[in-house]
Design a protein around this ligand. Structure first.
Ligand code: NAD
Ligand code: MG
Length: 392
């Protein structure tokens, strides 16, 4: 039996992972499941999957979790330290699907105990790419990408030599506001930006798709995970979300990965790797699709893409700062303190305000360095936002 743990089990990726595991319950022993405030869901899943431990991120919710699990034999725990302790429990395969920088430390803990880390939490690679890969290497652990684009690139590279790759193209749907005139974007609300045309995902990544901050994170993620240069990484708008990525080789061949927009494909590939298994995803009917559409991204609409280029060049602490500032800007947008287009302005100003620290931080050597940069950038981003609010 394979021992598996799922961090962020109550979210969109976590629930899709449990869906796959539930189809072959005898093949797995669930060690840890984690969630946030959705205690009923967490307790229900922990009981039905007979998990060893369930962890809520919020310490004040521990009494609720304890009473929901009373008499079931499932341990209850809460808070950051408990998450790390749970991630350190021996497991063969660990899904990292917490949203945001809160997912970084549990991922490191899972690698340090030698687990295979199925990585949906792209923030880990953006904030700590080189260190994360080095940690996996020094503990004989492995990281498998679960972002659909990166899983697609990973699959296109099977049997290939990375030195023969000329370029990697990751596709972007263009998000929920793709048809909006650019001058209207400044007035988009969280509700407007929170609906995705193709993918059913958590609220934060859905808004990041509309602003293309999600694609910006993914460009950096591509650079870090595959170790190719920024100039080799491109993005293209493909509104149908059927091609997830393409890899171009030195002989001009372009290998595309197609599939329906269903994360159970990328999760399942990481779960069964290096084999393939039947997966409950729809099969594409190419005659019915008839045409595939593409368009170049407009950098004026999506300043996040331009900022990602700078971050890919700077490296060091820039990824951690970029991600942290983006998370704070997204919180402020959700709280209606700033507008949709202000998010990129906040991130850009935060990076500029940190330019001295960023030059000194190259590279980040420990997890503590990563978390310190994450913290510092949050503080700076908050002050950039207060200045912006005062101006308006
Ligand atoms: P979600 O919002 O649906 O779920 C997030 C999970 O993290 C929940 O279990 C929540 O309880 C937990 N969580 C939230 N804040 C936390 C905190 N401070 N500490 C600990 N746990 C916390 O998000 P999602 O859409 O499932 O995305 C999860 C991750 O996967 C993100 O990094 C996202 O970028 C990535 N991802 C998601 C998709 C997708 O299709 N949903 C695709 C690719 C990558
Ligand atoms: Mg993606």
């Amino acid at each position: 039996m394979r021992r598996v743990s799922i961090f962020g089990a109550t979210g969109s990726i976590g629930q899709n992972t449990l869906d796959l595991i539930a189809r072959a319950p005898d093949a797995y022993r669930v060690v840890a499941l984690s969630g946030g405030g959705n205690i009923d869901q967490l307790a229900r899943d922990a009981i039905s999957h007979r998990a060893e431990i369930a962890v809520t991120a919020y310490e004040d919710r521990l009494p609720d979790l304890k009473s929901a699990l009373a008499g079931t034999g499932v341990e209850a725990a809460a808070g950051e330290a408990a998450l790390i302790e749970a991630a350190s429990r021996p497991a063969d395969w660990v899904m990292s699907a917490i949203v945001g920088a809160a997912g970084i430390a549990p991922g490191f803990a899972a690698l340090e105990q030698g687990a295979t880390l199925a990585l949906a939490n792209k923030e880990s690679l953006v904030a700590a790419g080189q260190l994360l890969l080095a940690t996996a290497a020094s503990h004989g652990a492995r990281i498998l990408p679960v972002d659909s684009e990166h899983s697609a690139v990973f699959q296109a590279l099977v049997g290939e030599d990375i030195a023969e790759v000329e370029r990697v193209i990751i596709t972007a749907s263009g998000g929920g506001l793709r048809h909006w005139p650019i001058e209207k974007l400044a007035h988009a609300t969280p509700e407007d930006a929170g609906a995705h045309p193709n993918w059913d995902m958590g609220q934060r990544i859905t808004i990041d798709s509309a602003s293309m901050f999600n694609k910006a994170l993914e460009l950096i993620e591509t650079r870090e995970y595959f170790g190719i240069s920024p100039a080799q990484i491109e993005t293209i708008i493909h509104p149908q979300s059927l091609i997830h990525a393409l890899v171009g080789f030195r002989d001009g061949a372009l290998m595309a990965h197609l599939g329906p927009p269903d994360m159970r494909h990328a999760i399942g590939y990481a779960l069964y790797w290096p084999k393939r298994q039947d997966l409950p995803v729809a099969r594409l009917d190419l005659a019915q699709i008839a045409q595939l559409q593409f368009e170049a991204p407009d950098l004026a609409r999506f300043p996040a893409l331009r900022l990602a280029r700078d971050v890919m060049e700077m490296r060091g602490g820039a990824g951690a700062a970029f991600n942290a500032a983006k998370e704070v800007a997204l919180d402020a947008f959700l709280a209606r303190e700033i507008g949709f287009m202000d998010m990129a302005a906040v991130v850009e100003e935060t990076l500029a305000a940190l330019s001295k620290e960023l030059t000194l931080s190259n590279p980040l050597e420990t997890l503590a360095d990563v978390l310190a940069m994450n913290h510092l950038a949050r503080v700076r981003a908050r002050s950039v936002i207060s200045v912006q609010i005062k101006k308006t």
